[in-house]
Design a protein. Sequence first.
Length: 165
Amino acid sequence: MTFEEYAFARTSALVRLARLLTGDEHRAEDLVQDVLAKAYARWGRISRTDWPDAYVRRMLVNAHHSWWRQRSSREVSVAAVVDRAGASDEAGGVAERDALWRLVCDLPTRQRTVIVLRYYEDLDDIMIAEILDCSTGTVRTHARRALTALRKRQGAPAHARTRGI
């Protein structure tokens, strides 16, 4: 597969992943553009790997973590999101998803990354471990801690078990 074919096929999925990681559509697009530029320079080596998509996703996650570490890049989140006109028909569902998303955004970076990769990207522990360059046990630990924190903040009993968010 050529880089152009890969980029055409996967850019929208990479932007979606980056948007979930960053919480900002514009930052996500910039992040994907930076990662794809780096991937283009290394495409000969990347295309020879077993999972080029996992390699590029790892690049994306690492780029996000590197950006997040830079103190000057931190953004200040607002307490409330201003309602938009016309959203009243679906207000209950939107408000619930927005509240849950804010809880996910408050998680530590690694826990948030695992939650996004597992529940939004629907990846298994092995693929997440490959992307994060860690063990599957570490992935499960981050997921367990993240779900415990989300349940605690949401007011659900700690023993409640759900597969999806």
